[in-house]
Design a protein around this ligand. Sequence first.
Ligand code: BG6
Ligand code: MG
Length: 222
Amino acid sequence: MVKFTDIKGFIFDLDGVVTDTSRYHAKAWGQLADKLGVDYPGLGDAVKGISRMDALEMILKKGGLENNYSEAEKEALAAEKNANYVNLIQNMSAKDILPGMADFLAELKDKGYGISLASASKNAPKILEKIGLSDYFTKAVDPATLKYGKPDPEIFIKGAQLLDLMPAQCIGLEDAAAGIAGINAAGETSVGIGDPELLHDATINFTDTSQVSLANIEKAMQ
Ligand code: BG6
Ligand code: MG
């Protein structure tokens, strides 16, 4: 494993790591799946980290509907899910920052670590604004520029480039199995936050965000 002292930057997923928006994505997709008549147990975990159009394709496939809609109709369905989602995040504020994450970000900034954002979400800038953390994430990968979604490493490689660091100097934080796969494939150290069984490929596991600190990461890397 890479040594803790080699680490110079942290690359953050947003939904489910910095703030608890994963449940809103799950709810909004659930509303659309219900409307389409698709029964999808485990939908919430399946869409974690997955881009909007890829998540739609997953749901359509689950219901055997992948050939039922034109591209324009799929765009409309994705827009409908996003409208559901935007409605759910309307009243978000600093109270929606996950436990410990504001302190962790302050600690990183204080100690001079690089910080970048690797979120697949096109709503990320809006959410960061609402929860008051935009100033930490002046370096953010624009998901519209990506050729491939997670689990591809592209977003995490770009997240390191934004910090002028080599992947091996970076730690990526994720709540999604697809995200952990992307971090690992980028050659970075992965921190999985959530169910360790689901995130078994992570280099380091924490069950929730309150455990995320430089001291605990250093301990886990010894
Ligand atoms: C990821 C979420 O962060 O962003 C996924 O984990 C979501 O569930 C994806 O589908 C895309 O988000 P958006 O806001 O662009 O639809
Ligand atoms: Mg996530």
